[in-house]
Design a binder for this molecule. Structure first.
Ligand code: TLP
Length: 361
């Protein structure tokens, strides 16, 4: 086990021995011609598990979300999402730059839209505007602390959106974590939306790749957008093989990550000078800040690095994400390092503050 405890993100997971073996042995072909048997198998298993007609393998969550947005919309149309959505904060402004859409970003207390947040912003096309084409929901909600949409809240959005003739796309980067926390199948969550992009390369531990699911015609359109973006990956079976192992095996162990996140949350709540924010931890992501007068969060991030504990964050907010390459002993080490740096008076807090770089997750 590495001496570094890397809690920056579950995007940092290393492929398991089973994934490496599958990659080594993968049968491959030209996926742009639809001839890679391993990619084909991954796509059909993903569609089956998610309960949708079809699936397409894409290089990243960002490409999956943005290709889906492009396929659902026309330039000038509007997209409604929560204001902390990954699609607007961390995807290079692509809803505007690539799809030419106007985003109506809605603030909510918990990072999750309710139908009543959406209705006042819905606009049918008129002589003055192109109207709402898409509602986007993120599940789990990364920047809100890995929060999970209640299934009924999603079902209401899905029902009402359908009646209004508006599509719903889910950024389900961590939908397997959401399903575990909700005690339902991923297909129950997928049933509430028209399309979803989920990631193999986060908590599921694959080295590369995400999947977009939806109905057949929509997925054919996403496939064309993927090609236009340079995402036709030829003998992609080499990486899809790891994705298949991730899809079949990794959901069984996600409870360990949630238990580790609960452990970290419990210890942070008990540590003088820290505040868990939000206080609710449902999956594998948690955020905390230091209280006024204590070591600033940005500096704490730098100091933890000297203990071999890596965390992410922005400004005073620190993020920790549990995953398959950090075990309970690693989480205990992280807490010990945090407490050592928060120790009152003297040693560590009087150390020279180091310059703090830009914010990054
Ligand atoms: N999130 C990364 C950073 O970009 C913030 C992380 O470390 O959490 N949707 C959600 C909800 C995500 O959290 C991410 C990645 C993506 C989409 C994008 O996935 P990739 O990195 O595969 O493009």
């Amino acid at each position: 086990m590495s001496t570094i405890v890397d809690l920056r993100s579950d995007t940092l997971t290393q492929p398991t021995p089973a994934m490496r073996k599958a990659m080594f042995e993968a049968e491959v072909g030209d996926d742009v011609q639809g001839e890679d048997p391993t990619v084909n198998r991954l796509e059909s298993r993903a569609a089956e598990i998610l309960g949708k007609q079809a699936a397409v393998y894409v290089p990243s969550g960002t490409m999956g979300n943005q290709a889906a947005i492009k396929a659902h919309t026309q330039p000038g149309q509007e997209i409604i999402c929560e204001e902390r959505a990954h699609i607007i904060l961390y995807e290079m402004g692509m809803p505007a730059a690539f799809s030419g859409c106007l985003v109506r970003a809605v603030p909510t207390p918990e990072g999750m839209l309710r139908w009543q947040d959406i209705t006042p912003r819905l606009r049918p096309a008129s002589d003055h505007y192109r109207g709402t084409a898409l509602i986007e929901v993120e599940n789990t909600v990364n920047i809100a602390g890995g929060r999970v949409y209640p299934l009924e809240q999603l079902a209401e959005i899905g029902r009402e959106a359908k009646a209004a003739g508006v599509k719903v796309h889910m950024d389900g980067a961590r939908v397997f974590n959401a399903a575990l926390a909700s005690g339902c199948a991923v297909s129950d969550i997928a049933a509430t939306v028209d399309s979803m992009c989920f990631c193999l390369s986060k908590g599921l531990g694959a080295p590369v790749g995400s999947i977009v699911v939806g109905d057949k015609d929509f997925i054919e359109e996403v496939r064309l957008v993927r090609k236009a973006l340079g995402g036709g990956m030829r003998q992609a079976g080499v990486i899809a093989a790891a994705g298949l192992v991730a899809l079949e095996e990794s959901p069984k162990r996600l409870h360990e990550d949630h238990e580790n996140a609960q452990y970290l949350a419990g210890e942070i709540r008990r540590t003088d000078g820290l505040r868990l924010d939000p206080d609710v931890v449902e999956t594998n992501i948690l955020f905390f800040t230091t209280l006024p007068g204590r070591i600033p969060g940005a500096e704490l991030r730098l100091r933890l690095k000297q203990h071999g504990v890596l965390v992410s964050g922005a400004g005073d907010r620190i993020r920790m994400v549990t995953h398959q390459n950090v075990d309970r002993a690693g989480c205990v080490r992280a807490i010990e390092a945090i407490r050592a740096e928060l120790a009152p008076a003297g040693e560590s807090q009087e150390r020279q503050a180091q310059p703090v770089g830009g914010s990054a997750y």
